[in-house]
Write a protein that binds this ligand. Structure first.
Ligand code: FAD
Length: 479
């Protein structure tokens, strides 16, 4: 008989937590419990990747009728009905949450619909009043969006709120230049919302390849996003009082759990920007960053180290300074993506329950930005690679056949960064429709250490956009 109630107690039923719990119980035969305070599936399923991608799909139909007409179809432009889409979206998310619950149950994981905190290195206290002990505790509590430190920032919404809107705003200001900001700018633009985007930096999508960032910014502007870089909010308010500033008025629940925000429904928000202009918007959407959910878990009292951004400090095996406590996923702020949280969960189970110490490999992770067009990327940007070693850059940008035939304007980019010394492909950047699908495959080759010559000896698939990846003969520059 174990001295503990469980072998493993997982806090958080999102991507990482659910996978770790299922595999530990189902494959390693551990006695596992999991606590989730909100909805099973976590950020990815309930308020991230999944609903967002469904919104991307919805928004992409905007140009379908026009393109179909160019191809000879009789097709009239139609209107988008948010209420119809939202109803279907909610049904789908309910279904997926049910699947997650079922998977946990099927693996023998005991679940608690409760908030959990740590009492000591082996004890978890639940908001239901129950107290449970476990040999190991896994923290997989994810992260949350944060508003900037700005007067009246509560008037704006964050990504969690978008999926709960009763109606789409007519005019929205999106603040931020990261992937979530850019994706929602494209989504809302596609759905017919008048989108303005302010980003304080010099170019959107910081950290990605510069040529790719430039092309996406250009495409977004071409499609109607009013993008202003080098621009931030100075002041925002809802209703003018005598001195021109505000007193927010009525209470509206924007949907985000625990957030009671003040905003008069239907009243425009007046926003003064660093460019000196004041404009009105029906909604302001802050996509200005996320923070790990590490507070109020009782971690510091236990001696678990928390970093400057609120991230739980762990070693390569996801172990904290307290040996029985591990942490995975966004709460550790390593690479904040669903498949990475899942990998970290699997590596944790290998290490702790299967006697096979496994460090998580965070190198060469392919990823996508679901803008229109999409960005698929793996490895180093041109800028990062040339700081590291001598490189050759192979790059081509062109109007794809499908768009060109329909007299559309969009261009695509296919780009390889190659090491001069080893000939290895250090990075690949694709801006095109379906780039997320393409980069998954390129990611395998790059992870295997493919050289430019390996790409060259692969026969092209014709006619496709990605055939350019194996037919670019001469570098456009060396650095
Ligand atoms: P989460 O999925 O956030 O799960 C944590 C869970 O813990 C939550 O359900 C929360 O309610 C629960 N919890 C927190 N505290 C407690 C507590 N004390 N007790 C009990 N339960 C608790 N990633 C991609 O790979 N591709 C994408 O396209 C993508 N798009 C995204 C779009 C948006 C808008 C956002 C916000 C994120 C997106 N991500 C995407 C990131 C991805 O969603 C996260 O990296 C992933 O969900 C992290 O998983 P996790 O298990 O660490 O945490």
């Amino acid at each position: 008989m174990s001295e503990f109630d469980y072998d493993l107690f997982v806090i958080g039923g999102g991507s990482g937590g659910v996978r770790a719990a299922r595999v530990a119980a189902g494959e390693a035969g551990a006695k596992v419990a999991l606590a989730e305070e909100d909805r099973y599936g976590g950020t990815c399923v309930i308020r991230g990747c999944v609903p967002k991608k469904l919104m991307v799909f919805a928004s992409e139909y905007a140009s379908a009728a026009k393109e179909a007409r160019a191809y000879g179809w009789d097709m009239a432009d139609g209107d988008f009905h948010w209420d119809r889409f939202k109803e279907k979206l909610e049904t789908e998310l309910d279904r997926l949450e049910g699947v997650y619950r079922k998977l946990l149950k099927g693996s023998g994981v005991e679940t608690f619909d409760a908030r959990a905190t740590l009492k000591d290195a082996h004890t978890v206290a639940l908001s239901t009043g129950e107290v449970k002990t476990a040999k190991h505790i896994l923290i997989a509590t994810g992260g949350r969006p944060v508003r900037p430190d700005l007067p009246n920032a509560h008037l704006g919404m964050v990504s969690d709120d978008i999926f709960h809107l009763d109606a789409l705003p007519k005019r929205v200001l999106i603040v931020g230049g990261g992937y979530i900001a850019c994706e929602f700018a494209c989504i809302l633009n596609g759905l017919g919302v008048e989108v303005t985007q302010y980003y304080r930096g010099a170019q959107i999508l910081r950290g990605f390849d510069e040529e790719a960032r430039g092309l996406i910014a250009e495409s977004m502007a071409q499609r109607g996003v009013d993008l202003h870089v080098g621009t931030d909010i100075v002041d925002m308010h809802c209703e003018e009082d005598e001195d021109g500033l505000t007193a927010p008025v009525e209470v509206t629940q924007y949907g985000a759990k625990g957030v009671e925000e003040v905003r008069e429904v239907g009243k425009p928000i007046r926003v003064k920007a660093t460019n000196g202009k004041t404009r009105e918007f029906d909604a302001v959407f802050f996509a200005t960053g996320r923070r790990p959910n590490s507070d109020e878990l009782g971690l510091e009292a236990l001696g678990i180290e928390i970093g400057r951004k609120g991230e739980i400090k762990v070693d390569g095996y996801s172990q904290t300074a307290v040996p029985s406590v591990y942490a995975i996923g966004d709460v550790t702020d390593r690479v904040n993506l669903t498949p990475v949280a899942i990998r970290e969960g699997m590596a944790f189970v290998e290490t702790v329950f299967k006697g096979n110490p496994t460090e998580v490999d965070h190198d060469l992770i392919p990823s996508a930005v679901f803008t229109q067009p999409e960005l698929g990327t793996v490895g180093l940007s041109e800028e990062a690679a040339r700081d590291q070693e001598e490189i050759e850059v192979y790059s081509t940008s062109f109007r794809p056949m499908q768009t060109a035939f329909a007299e559309g304007e969009g261009r695509v980019l296919m780009k390889l960064i190659v090491s001069k010394a080893t000939r290895k492909v250090l990075g690949c950047h694709i801006v095109s429709p379906g780039a997320g699908e393409l980069i998954q495959m390129v990611g395998i080759a790059v992870k295997m250490g493919a050289t430019k010559e390996d790409f060259d000896r692969t026969v092209a698939v014709h006619p496709t956009m990605s055939e350019e990846l194996v037919t670019m003969r001469n570098p456009v520059r060396t650095a």
